[in-house]
Design a protein around this ligand. Structure first.
Ligand code: ADP
Ligand code: MG
Length: 699
């Protein structure tokens, strides 16, 4: 049965109103959507507690009890209803803040109820707030045994779509369709890999017969989900490798050689050498390169980029480097111009603030081929920017770029240019396989020699004066410091005030001692921001107070202290990025994470991770586990968040590996999925990924 075509509003008990809420809150429209709205946890309702055995540490539990003394208490906002539940062993208070009418009509003091909820402690007494109650003799069989708990929202609850109601809807769907769920994996495949059938798996996800079946159901659904993602993305890779031509960079010529032998400012690290070799082989193969270059902050990706650009020039192609901000683009431009100063190469910078006359000059140079290297921001993507013959595109700090923007670059030549995407946000392997499985990956896993790892400390707000004194000592040695404040859109006004107050405080302390303080934030005009950054780069200002605008790429080796205010509000990868701004010189550097005294468990884990390790990959793994993939920067635009409904990349690495291996085997045997036994795979891929396939080539 085609469950995707059956509208949930026609299901008995749903109707227009609830259907609208389901769509708004969960994007659930069809029977199929609903079945894939899976529980986020299960509670064991096979056990019935006695009241005496309860305590506030228990998770959701159920008791069998009678209910007396139902009444309303308080007024206005504190209006609530309470009742006493009692069994042979004791009493327990029940509390409701809404649904009074319904309650009054429901509760019968003579009856026994199955009462379900989480005990908590209030005024040294145990109670359960908003318990679910069902007459014991009528409690549906669904309520005893293993029960699913569904994610719900406030809005859903207001429309009577709580977890229990969702469970009922699921049950009604199963009743209506009578087990007729079309299978999405071929029978031979299910048999070979010992999977449950789809209908069994879906049923057990919602109504587990026992823990073992639940486990098998989860496995089947996670496996299938990851398998199709892998099959799709690896198929694209096979296709690109088989059919797509690329500019062959056949020779290593004068530019590369001259630079390597005469102007290389330092010995390349072994990792840089290896990565350059990988890129060289790829670009020389006659196929189009699509490669992700991962390297922790400070690992020297810029130099790798420059050497790859020289390869393009040696083969008579133009090349461009795109950065996410003007500051970064300008910094790359300066670095690259200096590196190539004596080599007679034309390099230009194109950003939103490039003057019109200059801009026209650049456009002409690109068209005529006299301009060899272009560095810039999104301005590169404008249609008027046309190259004579572009051979290589490098994208720095990729996660700031939208997928559509990248796709635009792809179209700048009849034969697509080689693409190198550089990122300093290490991506856990599972996420890289899922998001970038069609890309080849190079990793710089080594920092240039002589770097001292940054020492990371945690300090409570109260210790601010001591932190200031510490900064002062570093400044006295001639170093510089960053102080970063969070600025988050939802709390922008208050954050901005904090930033300004922080700046005042720092200024008052440090200026009289002869240390000028600068401030940058997103509300400054680009030119002002630029000027302020320049003052810091040239050490005119000694402390830079800022929001996260300095997060990515900025390089001031003289800065040895990074203070992060309200560090509990930053994500792990952001903290790591910020810390990467220091430790770029030979001196010992420090990162100080300031937090309030009370922080959540997750914040505590993030802070602990930061103080424990400097390894970006370790941090990325921890991040994935703490946050789940949806929150990791850059994954929203990929569409991955909506497609991963069941699997969890933080936890399901083993299943992913298995799925990937099996997908690879199938493609090795049948790259276009043309064989009869693979038809269902081809159909499913089309169904699942039809909208994404076009831009996948470039991400
Ligand atoms: P990122 O990978 O974060 O972009 P950069 O390319 O900005 O790192 O390099 C960080 C710093 O390391 C720069 O100051 C750069 O000059 C320096 N650097 C790069 N490669 C080497 C090397 N092989 N030896 C010594 N220093 C290097
Ligand atoms: Mg960089």
């Amino acid at each position: 049965m085609e469950l995707a075509g059956l509208n949930i509003k026609f299901l008995p008990g749903v109707g227009d109103k609830k259907a609208a809420v389901l769509y708004e809150e969960l994007q659930v429209q069809s029977y199929e959507d609903m079945l894939y709205h899976v529980p986020f946890k299960y509670v064991d309702r096979s056990k019935i507690y006695t009241i005496a055995a309860l305590n506030s540490q228990l998770p959701y539990i159920q008791i069998k009890a009678k209910i007396r003394d139902l009444r309303s208490v308080g007024q206005g906002k504190s209006l609530r209803m309470t009742a006493i539940a009692y069994d042979d062993t004791g009493t327990l208070e029940l509390v409701w803040f809404k649904g009074f009418k319904y309650l009054s009509s429901q509760i019968d003091p003579a009856r026994e109820y199955l009462i379900f909820g989480q005990p908590s402690e209030f005024n040294h007494k145990l109670n359960i707030v908003h318990p679910e109650i069902d007459p014991f003799d009528k409690a549906s069989p669904l309520l005893v045994g293993f029960q699913a708990i569904y994610p719900t929202t406030e809005k859903m609850k207001k429309s009577f779509l709580n977890s229990k109601a969702i469970g009922k809807i699921q049950a009604t769907i199963f009743k209506t369709i009578q087990g007729k769920i079309s299978e999405t994996l071929p029978a031979w495949f299910i048999q070979r890999h010992k999977l449950l059938f789809l209908h069994e798996a879906l049923y057990n996800i919602h109504f587990p017969e026992n823990p073992d079946m639940l486990h098998k159901a989860q496995y089947r659904l996670k496996f299938e989900e990851l398998f199709y993602i892998q099959l799709n993305i690896l198929k694209i890779k096979y296709k690109r490798k088989t059919y797509f031509k690329g500019h062959p960079f056949t020779s290593i010529g004068t530019y590369f050689q001259t630079f390597y032998h005469q102007y290389l400012p330092f010995e390349l690290t072994a990792a840089q050498k290896r990565v350059i070799r990988e890129i060289r082989q790829d670009c020389g193969s006659g196929k189009q390169m699509n490669r992700l270059l991962q390297g922790d902050v400070g690992s020297g990706k810029t130099l790798v980029a420059v050497m790859c650009m020289l390869m393009a020039l040696d083969n008579c192609y133009q090349t461009c480097l795109m950065a996410p901000t003007e500051i970064l683009a300008a910094q790359h431009y300066e670095t690259i111009r200096q590196l190539l100063a004596n080599m007679n190469i034309t390099v230009a910078l194109l950003t939103g603030s490039t003057k019109k006359s200059e801009r026209e000059e650049i456009h002409r140079g690109l068209r005529e081929g006299s301009l060899q290297i272009l560095i810039g921001t999104h301005a590169l993507l404008e249609d008027v920017v046309a190259f004579q013959n572009i051979g290589l595109v490098i994208i720095d700090e990729q996660h700031r770029f939208g997928v559509a923007q990248r796709a635009k670059l792809w179209q700048k030549n009849s034969i697509p240019p080689h693409v190198l995407v550089m990122t300093a946000t290490p991506i856990p392997r599972t996420l890289a396989m899922t998001l970038y499985g069609d890309l080849d990956v190079s990793v710089i896993d080594e920092l240039p020699p002589g770097r001292k790892p940054v020492t990371t400390l945690h300090a409570f707000d109260k210790k601010r004066l001591e932190v200031f004194q510490f900064i002062e000592k570093e400044l006295a040695k001639g170093h510089q410091a960053y102080v970063v404040y969070p600025l988050i859109r939802e709390s922008e006004k208050m954050d901005f005030r904090n930033l300004e107050e922080g700046f005042e405080q720092i200024n008052q302390y440090f200026l009289p001692k002869g240390y000028p303080v600068g401030m940058v934030h997103g509300q400054l005009k680009p030119a002002e921001k630029e000027a302020e950054m320049r003052r810091f780069v040239s050490a005119e200002t000694k402390i830079l107070v800022s929001t996260t605008v300095i997060e990515v790429g900025v390089n001031v080796p003289n800065a040895s202290i990074m203070v992060i205010e309200s560090a509990e509000r930053f994500g792990l990868s952001q903290l790591h990025q910020l810390r990467g701004r220091v430790g770029r010189g030979a001196e010992q550097s420090y990162c100080i994470l300031m937090t309030s005294y009370k922080i959540s468990n997750d914040s505590r884990k993030r802070i602990d991770t930061m103080t424990a390790t400097n390894d970006g990959f370790e941090i990325a793994e921890a991040d994935l586990k703490l946050r789940g993939p949806g929150d990791i920067e850059g994954t929203q635009q990929s569409g991955l968040t909506c497609s991963l409904k069941i699997a969890n990349l933080g936890k399901d690495a083993l299943i992913l590996n298995e799925a990937s291996r099996i997908a690879n085997d199938i493609l090795a045997d049948d790259p276009d999925l043309l064989k009869a036994e693979n038809q269902l795979f081809a159909i499913q891929i089309k169904r699942l990924f039809k909208t994404r396939i076009t831009w996948r080539y470039i991400s």
